[in-house]
Design a binder for this molecule. Structure first.
Ligand SMILES: Cc1cc2nc3c(=O)[nH]c(=O)nc-3n(C[C@H](O)[C@H](O)[C@H](O)COP(=O)(O)OP(=O)(O)OC[C@H]3O[C@@H](n4cnc5c(N)ncnc54)[C@H](O)[C@@H]3O)c2cc1C
Length: 488
């Protein structure tokens, strides 16, 4: 990030002004924290190390002119469903959601595919002998999205909604593999559930890995798996536009290596992960707390690749082109093997691949007749391995002829991810491993997990509850806690 550093200091660039609050990092959580504080009447400066705002929610022409690719995140069930984002007039600031009827598809060898969409019944029909079991499961979860969302996105509130959480929670504590094996009989529904649960990067045999399959899976029906028209950057730009229109200030290309670089303020909220906080706050952190942050665990990483194509992906199975998101990897056994291998430091030759085909639903992403493809697979933390060939082979396996449609590509290794966004330590995109000890109490066990022992200093990133994903709720809760404490 040092190459981005301008010669003038951050304080000089702010004309030596003082602020009520400074937020470090403009990811979805940082900008959300900044918005909450500006809404409360505070003067707020948002300082971003990169030259563009948005953190894990940005787009660029990574391959060829006219092709818009999402650099990191791309599909936003929790973004469109976010209780905080929903309070903001983002449409007035340029955001427009595209919500395909199909949420995700999961093709299998032999030309069959599970295609899940907003309709429970139509989704169930693609699951063969588990059609009824799927309908029963969704019915049993009795999804009231607002209640579920409030509980999921603020884990401390689970206790306020005991009934919906009993339905959900008992299942969520299981491993994805056990849950799939006890709920479904056939390979289609089991494989499709594994494809959703594997978003967590946990081994499918790990306790609580079912939770991720259930949370993401259930969003299919009440919310959908939407994308911003024109790319992820449009969501970040809308948030930034609302923030500045409300009086906030943004400073780009300003990496913070020490709190001493910041202009004076009552509050500092850091959209960074624990190890970065240790480096930035340095000696101000008491030894015990610092040690806890240093012991924080980061999880597996991603290898990411984007393609410009001169035709849609030629899927063998009918219906896969109805969903923007596609999970590749075949059966639950195969996905389990590739995902658990990553935890043992292995790179899979047949990786589980997350893929999005935006341009089928959003023609603004590519020139007429051309298409974009966004894909990644999990790799061990810190990996520098090029996974282009295994990813391409997996796509070709379910879409023969795919390789011939490629006109350009751009890839980034796990190590490269960290250079692109300092929060992706070793390429971990979740702000820390989603192991049970870091699920509800991240980054350390504290009554207010966002607070630090340093007065006025707060963490507000995906390393705080409710964790990774583009929803802004970590920033929202951190800013509310910081404001309450400051006023008390
Ligand atoms: C390949 C990939 C695919 C993903 N897919 C999805 C998806 O489809 N849907 C979804 O919901 N989520 C997805 N995610 C995860 C999502 O992007 C993150 O969980 C989310 O962005 C976390 O938000 P955040 O605000 O906590 O941090 P970030 O978005 O990481 O933002 C942190 C910001 O802080 C800045 N920063 C860090 N250190 C400093 C410093 N010292 N000084 C100044 N600035 C600093 C960084 O430059 C960055 O802008 C994906 C991530 C990746 C990488």
């Amino acid at each position: 990030m040092s190459s981005n550093a301008p010669t003038a200091s951050i304080k000089e660039r702010c004309a030596q002004k003082k602020y009520d609050a400074v937020v470090i990092g403009s990811g979805p959580n940082g900008i959300s924290a900044a918005i909450v504080l500006v809404q409360k009447g505070m003067s707020v400066l948002l300082v971003e190390g990169q030259r563009t705002q948005g953190g894990g929610c940005r787009s660029d022409e990574l391959t060829l002119p006219g092709f818009t690719h999402d650099i990191c995140s791309s599909i936003y069930p929790l973004g469109m469903g976010s209780p905080f984002f929903r309070t903001l007039p983002l449409e007035e600031h340029g955001l427009s959601w595209i919500n395909p009827e199909g949420t995700y598809a999961h093709p299998f060898d032999g030309g069959q595919a599970v295609v899940v969409g907003r309709s429970v019944e139509a989704s169930a029909k693609t699951m063969g002998l588990d059609a009824l079991a799927y309908e029963k499961l969704v019915g049993a979860l009795n999804i009231n999205w607002d209640t579920l969302c409030e509980s999921l996105l603020q884990p401390q509130k689970m206790l306020l909604h005991p009934l919906s959480m009993v339905n959900f929670g008992v299942r969520a504590l299981m491993s994805a593999k056990l849950f799939a094996q006890t709920t479904f009989k056939g390979p289609l529904a089991r494989g499709a559930f594994a494809g959703v649960a594997a978003h967590s990067t946990l081994p499918l045999t790990a306790a609580t890995s079912a939770a991720f399959g259930l949370v993401l899976g259930v969003t299919s029906h009440p919310v959908g798996w939407p994308m911003p028209k024109g790319g992820a950057q449009k969501l970040s730009d809308a948030l930034a536009s609302y923030f500045t229109a409300s009086g906030g200030e943004i400073l780009l290309g300003a990496p913070v290596s020490s709190l001493d670089q910041l202009p004076p303020s009552k509050l500092v909220l850091a959209d960074v992960t624990p190890w970065q906080l240790v480096s930035i706050a340095g000696s101000r952190l008491p030894g015990g707390y610092k040690k806890q942050l240093e012991n924080y665990k980061y999880g597996p990483a991603v290898f990411k690749i984007d393609y410009a194509l001169d035709a849609p992906i030629p899927w063998q199975a009918p219906g896969v082109d109805r969903a923007a998101t596609v999970h590749l990897g075949g059966t639950i056994e195969e996905i389990d093997q590739s995902e658990s291998g990553v935890w043992r430091g292995q790179h899979s030759e047949r990786p589980y691949v997350l893929l999005a085909q935006h341009s089928l639903f959003d023609p603004t992403r590519a020139p007429e007749g051309k298409h974009t493809l966004w894909a990644y697979c999990h790799v061990p933390n810190g990996s520098t391995q090029d996974m282009s060939a295994p990813i391409e082979n997996q796509i070709e396996r379910f879409a023969p002829g795919f390789k011939k449609t490629i006109i350009a590509k751009s890839s980034i290794s796990a190590r490269g991810m960290e250079k692109h966004n300092a929060n992706y330590i070793g390429g971990d995109i979740n702000g820390g491993a989603l192991i049970p000890s870091q699920l509800f109490t991240r980054p350390v066990f504290r009554l207010i997990p966002y607070s630090t022992p340093v007065e006025g200093l707060y963490l507000c990133s995906a390393s705080t509850p409710p964790g990774g994903g583009v929803h802004g709720m970590g920033g929202y809760y951190a800013a509310n806690a910081a404001f309450r404490n400051w006023r008390a």
